[in-house]
Design a binder for this molecule. Structure first.
Ligand code: FES
Length: 96
């Protein structure tokens, strides 16, 4: 099943390691924002403000299980997700 990783790059998240999260994800997954991995397991996206700035940086993990329009509703936001913890989560997901 595909995982869609949406990294908030809004002002608050960008100022609180959000761009580092994006860089980590690109390194770990070997793709750039807007791309899907060759095995189709991951899609990486830059996202705008998720209206959760007080808990920056935020990353949304989505699994499409229906029409694309429902993805945002199915996503789970991980709050205060600093780069080291994010990298650990991504590596675990990649190896699962
Ligand atoms: S800038 Fe990331 S939630 Fe607002």
């Amino acid at each position: 099943m595909m995982h869609i990783i949406k990294i908030c790059c809004g002002c608050s998240c960008a100022a609180n390691f959000g761009l580092d999260n994006l860089k980590k994800a690109e390194e770990i997954l070997g793709i750039k924002a807007g791309d899907t991995s060759e095995d189709g397991k991951f899609r990486l996206e830059k996202a705008g403000c998720m209206s959760n700035c007080e808990n920056a940086p935020n990353v949304m993990f989505c699994k499409p299980n229906g029409p694309l329009a429902t993805i945002m509703l199915d996503g789970k936001i991980e709050e205060n997700l600093l780069p080291n913890r994010f990298a650990k989560m991504l590596k675990e997901l990649k190896n699962s």
